[in-house]
Design a protein around this ligand. Structure first.
Ligand code: HEM
Ligand code: HEM
Length: 162
């Protein structure tokens, strides 16, 4: 796998578009949660505009995550900051892979719930989206720690193509 000096313009754009999409999924989940309550009570699955937005936003996260993984394998990503101790590099590595896994698993579980009417998938979706939220919070804390404590300018790597 190649190891470029920085993230490409496309990799950076995809990172920030997905951040906005995931934020929107968490802020505007109410119509989907309500529609799902109806399904769980034995009613029909009604795809209102709000439900459709949740589906489109979620599937976009999935497509963009797969695109990012493909870019990771073809173009590669920059090496983790060289000054970080091995344990910290391992944590960053696991954290990034965890985020990718959840960006795939959260939409897939939602699709299985809504498309297949599988109640267990709905429960899995709830657990997985909470894990995603927690991991994102750790990821953001790590990015801010690098930026303001270690002062290694890490966030610039996700701003300026290299
Ligand atoms: C990264 C993408 C996604 C995120 C972050 C996300 C997030 C959420 C959140 C925060 C809820 C509310 C859960 C609650 O009431 O506590 C929810 C519910 C739901 N979402 Fe998603 N969602 C995503 C993708 C999808 C997709 C693609 C589908 C279907 C095509 C879907 C279907 C559902 C369903 C059926 C529910 C109600 C069941 C439940 O509460 O787990 N979601 N989602
Ligand atoms: C929904 C929220 C987010 C998700 C899902 C997410 C996901 C990811 C993933 C998967 C990577 C690894 C990219 C790769 O090497 O393949 C990454 C890198 C990065 N993210 Fe995020 N991110 C989120 C929010 C943020 C925010 C809010 C910040 C800034 C405060 C941020 C800053 C960074 C930085 C600086 C890197 C590069 C790390 C490095 O060069 O080693 N991310 N992000």
């Amino acid at each position: 796998m190649p190891v470029p000096a920085g993230y490409s313009r496309t990799q950076i754009a995809l990172h920030w578009v997905v951040v906005l999409l995931i934020l929107a999924q968490f802020l505007f989940h109410e119509p989907m949660a309500e529609a799902w309550d109806v399904v769980e009570d034995g009613g029909a699955a009604v795809t209102s505009a709000g439900v459709l937005l949740h589906i489109i936003g979620g599937i976009a996260v999935l497509v963009f995550a797969l695109w990012r993984l493909a870019l990771r394998m073809t173009r590669g990503v920059p090496a983790l900051p060289a000054n970080d101790p091995p344990l910290q590099r391992l944590a960053a590595h696991l954290g990034h892979w965890g985020l990718y896994a959840l960006m795939v698993a959260v939409p897939l579980s939602g699709m299985a719930a809504w498309g297949g009417g599988i109640k267990a998938a709905g429960e899995a979706h709830e657990v997985l989206k909470t894990l995603l939220l927690l991991l994102v919070l750790v990821h953001v804390a790590a990015a801010l720690w690098h930026q303001f404590w270690l002062k290694d300018g890490l966030i610039d790597r996700m701003k300026r193509p290299g």
